[in-house]
Design a protein. Structure first.
Length: 338
């Protein structure tokens, strides 16, 4: 699974431009039957002649936050804006890769010695930022980059202690878990969905859910960990190394209470470390899955991740293993209780 995660986080996949990630997934899901819908979701149907009488769906989103080119200056700089929610405080000076050719660039802004006191005290707007690709005029920039090209942080993955740091662990970790499950014999019939455009409104999940019509669905995600210096314990949301995050509610979903009780009890029984979120925040594809068709029972499973929506996410590798183990156990338990 770690190999999948490292490979997936090296691929660009800004919302609406997930092609490279989708191609990798398709290359690794054969011989399973799959379809790619009009939005670009990959829907994998696994039939093992062991149905529980309900449609079970596992979902993880392929897309990541990033940037999109909106204009050029006469001097050859790129104007751009965000795709998904990105903290502008952390992007100045970062290296990015733009478009299918992965054109390298640096995000820049007016230097501090030329900025007014007011400008120095405020987080810069995108109108004050630019991407420098090392050319000297608009024509040269246009020869290398097109309007509408997306850009991602250039952040190669690396291991540090018991953690892995990489771009887009949110939510390539969920994709890596699904790919690992597809390499194993599964205990029940299940549909695995790799969704698109989660970061800009859960759009792929909405379309896929109407096609799959799940009765029970689990989203596999990366979620905010704030176990950082100066953050009080009650505001840390969740912590690295403490196990799978199983939320009872976020801003998009009140999770199924029976599923929550059953899965947390299962984790306890199998000694799989778990925790919940101590803050009602964020949202996942579950919000759209829950309200699709005539409705579905949903539960979220996540790895705690620091620095979401920045150039480097950080996750604990044992948490990733526990996320896989619990997902695997849930499918086995559903089969055993059918």
């Amino acid at each position: 699974m770690l190999n999948h995660l490292q490979a997936l986080t090296a691929l660009p996949g800004v919302s609406g431009d997930e092609g490279a990630v989708r191609d990798y997934i398709i290359d690794h899901i054969t011989p399973h039957s799959f379809t790619v819908d009009a939005l670009g979701n990959v829907i994998v149907t696994v039939k093992v002649a062991r149905t529980i009488g309900k449609t079970v769906m596992l979902a993880a989103h392929m897309d990541e936050v990033g940037f999109i080119v909106t204009n050029f200056t006469e001097e050859g700089y790129l104007r751009f804006t965000e795709v998904g929610a990105i903290d502008r405080r952390v992007i100045v000076g970062k290296r990015v890769l733009i478009g299918k050719d992965k054109v390298p660039g640096i995000i820049g802004m007016k230097p501090v010695h030329l900025a007014s006191k007011d400008e120095q005290s405020r987080v810069p707007e995108y109108s004050a930022l630019y991407i420098d690709i090392g050319v000297s005029n608009k024509e040269a920039a246009m020869a290398r980059v097109s309007l509408g090209d997306t850009a991602v942080f250039d952040s190669p993955s690396f291991e540090m202690g018991s953690s892995i740091a990489a771009r887009a662990i949110d939510d390539r970790v969920g994709c890596a878990v699904l790919l690992q499950l597809l390499e194993e014999p599964l205990p029940i019939d299940v549909t695995l969905v790799f969704t698109v455009q989660e970061e800009i409104g859960l759009r792929g999940a909405q379309a896929a859910s109407f096609a799959v019509k799940p009765d029970i669905a689990f989203t596999l995600e990366g979620t905010t960990a704030a176990d950082l210096p100066g953050v009080p314990s009650e505001k840390q949301v969740c912590q690295l190394g403490k196990g799978v995050v199983i939320p009872f509610m976020d801003r998009g979903t009140v999770y199924d209470r029976e599923l929550y009780a059953e899965v947390t009890a299962l984790a306890e029984r199998l000694d799989i470390p778990w925790q919940t979120k101590t803050l009602v925040a964020g949202g996942t594809d579950a919000a759209m899955i829950q309200r699709s068709g005539s409705g579905a029972r949903v539960l979220g499973l996540a790895a705690p991740v620091r620095n979401l929506h920045t150039g480097y996410n950080v996750a604990n590798m044992t948490d990733l293993d526990h996320l896989l183990a619990l997902t695997r156990a849930i499918l086995a338990d559903l089969g055993a209780n059918a």
